[in-house]
Design a protein around this ligand. Structure first.
Ligand code: GCV
Length: 756
């Protein structure tokens, strides 16, 4: 209760009769206002009672109305779900919480079916009812689930059944998705199991709260207050991840700080693991290779040194004491100045295996990154990972996976798939995507990454003939189970990792639409063959509205959005033209980096005669790293898909494109088209005003305005620069850049977020 000073209390008592009269007079007016407010809320229909800020992500569970709500109530008349393990409790709680939100009331919990409409959840071990049904759950394996319409004791019911508790939690989220996306609940016969075993978020979060390439505020890990204060946000993070099947979280930046492995920080990581466990999420840590020196007092980190090996074994024992289900280490070694085995003339395999041996007795794994951007200057940076890793195939221990970025350079708006995929048949390969948009406009540009992810996963490596897609390499189906044993499940390890876009912003991801990139990453890690359009539609329905007049244009807009970014930033295979270091905005003129191969001019190679990086046989011959059918296609300037033209070839400005335009005219056309697309996105969004809550609508509208401004900037700066090189006129009808080149060159953003 509010504490009043004596003086204040006396004053309040003195004016009490007056206040009383006022209140009596005001009461009818207030009632009137209140009645009006209720009426307005009813009229507003979908408008939620409290402002939406995006915190609830796709788990909003706002009231459903109309016939479907009636039907859903009839299918959830009671909940029969065990609640003896933390995961069972999480599943039951999520169902009760969600059904209360969606349908107005929580269904009663029960133990037996005594009427139609029961929702029965569990495993054969946890639920006698599920055991009695003798469902065929053998094929769904670990983490999988069935959702089925059944008849129990003469009554219609729905079961969510699995072989383990986490499967029931995943099934519960899927069931809720059916309601959230307005699907019928009759005749259900769904069977799901994850295609990949490791579905990981990599946080590039530093111990001081900064996030490398983070655009959504600071790190959500409040290291200073951990382990004593467990922010409720940790549970919501775990719920959101479990709802899309993510089962691992690498807590700290790959540019790792050795202190993460000290007892102080292990206790904090253990506290997070304690929150995540019920949601099936294991904790992993990025390990600094030189930790034995920095925190172990040793003179070397040589992986073949017995003392070093002993140190890591001891460290692994210590970690597993604190976190019994610790997942393992992620390592960035000998890349961008990070320490690694090559500092001691050892190979990546020798480094990885040393750590793997330390973790093996505990069932842990090592995820060794192939993003090696070493100190020696390569003839073509795109070739480096392949050259270093292919000779090591077969040399990694069974609990090592090699993690490979989707493309050979660095998370560009478009890259051909990385040639390492399919080139190391004896080594499990984790596909690494970036969810945070380091090179795609940070948080303010609307760029749905589903099509980018899908493009990589569907790319054909030809590693074992036609149809050898990256998805099949990554899920191991291309090789069967014979090459490697899994420390976790006794079959080949498989995985996908996404560099997280999560921070302390209320909306988690920096923008409403960037949540969709987290969402689609999780769904594709579960099923790499899923359609990014279908996933976008689920997300829009859950996050905003089921109104078809909203869903269809928004999904269309999302599906076009990444291509728009490609157009206004890096059309036709151009890449890495972003400003130095922070990567915000265009700087194709930049030649100032410490090394030539860290500068945009290295990548576009524009001169008076032409533009593009010759990676064909006449150039760096990076095409030879692809399987022969692709090497031929990519290596032939007449056959290469135009979207990769300047990635693989240096061509003249008057090179004839399939449109009939010259290359230069085509570039100008595409830059301009990108800007036009953003204008259209703004117009589409404008037409949707009133269909969702005002707050989120307004933020998206404001961000789209920023995007248009910056798309124009990208177009104009790029055209101004390339025109200064080729001296060519603009094609007829295309506006010249708004400013001269030196204006763009002079722009400076020393405090752009996300610095490395
Ligand atoms: C964590 C790019 C980014 C770096 C990042 C690196 C990596 O170079 O700009 O910030 O470092 O990739 O993936 O290791």
């Amino acid at each position: 209760m509010l504490a009043l000073t004596t003086k204040t209390r006396d004053r309040v008592f003195a004016i009490a009769p007056f206040l009383n009269t006022c209140i009596r007079r005001l009461l009818p007016i207030c009632r009137c206002i209140a009645a009006g407010a209720v009426l307005m809320a009813v009229v507003a229909g979908a408008r939620p009672a409290h402002a939406e800020d995006g915190y609830d992500l796709w788990l909003r569970y706002r009231p459903l109305s109309g016939e479907s709500a009636q039907a859903y109530r009839a299918s959830t008349t009671r909940l029969i779900a065990p609640a003896t393990s933390p995961t069972q409790i999480a599943a039951r709680h999520e169902l009760l919480h969600a059904l209360t939100g969606l349908l107005g009331n929580a269904p009663p919990t029960a133990d037996a079916v005594d009427g139609d409409g029961a929702l029965v959840v569990g495993t054969a071990a946890s639920s006698p009812l599920i055991a009695r049904l003798k469902l065929d759950t053998a094929k769904i394996g670990r983490e999988g689930y069935l959702i089925r319409s059944v008849v129990i004791d003469g009554h219609a019911a729905t079961v969510i059944a699995a072989n383990d508790d986490i499967g029931t939690l995943y099934g519960a989220f899927h069931f809720l998705r059916l309601l959230q996306t307005n699907q019928p609940l009759q005749h259900l016969d769904l069977r799901e199991s994850p295609r990949l075993k490791l579905r990981l978020l990599d946080h590039w979060d530093d111990l001081d709260g900064h996030i490398e390439r983070g655009y959504a505020g600071a790190s959500i890990w409040d290291w200073h207050k951990l382990p004593d204060w467990l922010d409720p946000r940790y549970t919501d993070y775990a719920r959101a991840n479990a709802s899309i099947g993510i089962n691992g979280s690498v807590l700290n930046n790959v540019r790792a700080n050795a202190l993460s492995l000290t007892p102080l920080y292990l206790e904090k990581a253990a506290a997070l693991a304690g929150v995540f466990r019920a949601y099936g999420i294991r904790v992993y840590l990025s390990a600094r290779f030189s930790a034995p020196i920095e925190i172990g007092g040793l003179k070397t980190a040589d992986p073949l040194d017995p003392q070093v090996r002993r140190w890591w074994r001891g460290k692994a024992d210590e970690i597993y004491k604190a976190i019994p289900d610790f997942g393992g280490f992620l390592v960035k070694a000998n890349s961008e100045g990070q320490p690694g085995p090559k500092d001691y003339d050892r190979t990546h395999a020798e480094g990885a295996n040393m750590l793997a041996d330390a973790l093996a007795p505990h069932g842990g794994i090592v995820i060794w990154r192939a993003f090696v951007y070493a100190n020696e200057k390569p003839d073509d940076r795109a070739k480096q990972a392949y050259d270093e890793f292919v000779p090591l195939d077969g040399k990694f221990h069974d609990n090592v996976l090699v993690q490979i970025k989707n493309g050979a350079i660095d998370f560009q708006p478009r890259e051909p798939f990385h040639p390492l995929f399919g080139a190391m048949p004896k080594t499990p390969q984790v596909l690494e995507f970036q969810i945070t948009k380091e090179y795609l406009g940070f948080a303010t540009h609307l760029a749905y990454l589903g099509p980018l992810y899908e493009e990589t996963l569907a790319a054909d490596t030809f590693a074992r003939g036609k149809g050898s897609t990256v998805a099949k390499v990554v899920d191991g189906s291309l090789y069967g189970d014979k090459h490697s044993k899994d420390a976790l499940t006794k079959s080949r390890l498989t995985g996908m990792a996404g560099v997280a876009n999560i921070g302390t912003d209320r909306n988690w991801s920096g923008s409403q639409f960037d949540q969709a990139n987290w969402y689609v990453f999780g769904r594709l890690a579960w099923n790499p063959s899923a359609s990014s359009r279908a996933i976008a539609e689920d997300w829009v329905r859950m996050t905003f509205s089921n109104d078809a007049a909203f869903v269809t244009p928004v999904v269309d807009m999302m599906m076009r959005s990444r291509e728009a970014v490609v157009d206004y930033m890096t059309p036709l295979g151009l890449h890495h033209l972003m400003a130095h270091d922070h990567h915000y905005g265009p700087a194709p003129w930049d030649a100032s980096g410490k090394r030539a191969d860290w500068t945009p001019v290295y990548y576009h190679r524009a001169d008076r005669n032409g533009i593009g990086f010759d990676r064909s046989a006449t150039g760096s011959n990076a095409v030879a790293q692809y399987m022969p059918p692709l090497a031929q296609e990519f290596g032939d300037v007449k056959r290469v898909p135009e979207q990769y033209l300047l990635w693989f070839h240096h061509v003249s400005w008057d090179h004839r494109m399939s449109s009939g335009r010259s290359l230069w005219d085509e570039m100008v056309y595409r830059y301009t088209r990108g800007v036009e697309q953003v204008k259209q996105m703004r117009a589409t969004w404008h037409g949707l005003d009133g269909k969702i809550d005002a707050d989120r609508y307004a933020q998206v509208a404001a961000f789209l305005a920023i995007q248009e401004k910056e798309a124009q900037w990208w177009r104009d700066a790029s055209i101004a620069y390339f025109q200064s090189i080729n001296g060519l006129p603009l094609p007829a009808g295309f506006a010249p850049p708004a400013h001269p080149l030196d204006y763009y060159e002079a722009l400076s953003f020393p405090y752009a977020p996300g610095h490395g």
